[in-house]
Design a protein around this ligand. Structure first.
Ligand code: CA
Length: 220
């Protein structure tokens, strides 16, 4: 027994899900439907969705922002955890999957509190700042184009209140973060974000090996 994070094999991972995953039938249906799409890997792991919902409740977040929504699984998890007066703004680009997200939010009775904005996310984030919403958000989940991760961090730090939380997905990038001189711009951007966060005195930091790596940054 060593004091380090376990390397989960399939049987231990399945045990983790078996004893802790509380996925509703609706979420399960959305996950199954999304699995059939060519970009299925864009969906968060179910235990990540449940963790995001717990974070919303733990932090008492009311104003949420999501960058990269896809078929809306993580948004559905987080929105369901909001108090009655909570709201979630989702940023994504137009795609057939937008309709899937909206259909499930509707079915969950959560469509009213989710505002899906279809435009390049940096544009939507800049608009929010221009509208005076800097410092207004409690929690921002970022799971979009990796090349913009460093730019999303800067936007997130302007939009979050002090003590607010930015959460980045895919920060272990299936292990590709270990590559030296990677050809992929996405890999380089994630490496740059991870390295920069280590010494970023603006945030408190933890990188959790949940799913494909989930980095939590609390704005000081
Ligand atoms: Ca992801």
């Amino acid at each position: 027994m060593t004091a380090r994070t376990l390397n989960l094999d399939d049987s231990l991972y399945n045990y983790l899900l078996d004893v802790s995953l509380r996925e509703t039938p609706l979420l399960r249906r959305l996950r199954d439907e999304t699995q059939a799409l060519p970009m299925a890997r864009w969906q968060v792991a179910p235990e990540q969705g449940q963790f995001l919902a717990l974070l919303v409740k733990l932090t008492g977040a009311r104003r949420l922002l999501e960058v990269g929504t896809f078929t809306g699984y993580s948004a559905l998890c987080m929105a369901a955890a909001l108090p009655d007066d909570g709201s979630l703004i989702c940023c994504d680009i137009p795609g057939e999957y937008n309709a899937t997200a909206r259909r499930y939010w509707q079915e969950a009775g959560l469509a009213e509190c989710i505002d899906l904005r279809l435009a390049p996310a940096l544009q939507t984030l800049a608009q929010l700042e221009q509208q005076g919403q800097g410092g207004c958000f409690d929690l921002i989940f970022i799971d979009a184009d990796k090349a913009n991760y460093p730019a999303y961090l800067e936007s997130a730090l302007r939009l979050l209140r002090n003590g607010g939380l930015a959460v980045f997905d895919n920060t272990l990038w299936s292990g590709r973060v270990l590559e030296e001189n990677p050809a992929s711009e996405d890999t380089r951007a994630i490496q740059a974000l991870n390295r920069a966060l280590k010494d970023d005195s603006r945030v408190d930091l933890s990188l959790l090996p949940l799913g494909d790596g989930l980095t939590l940054c609390r704005k000081k």
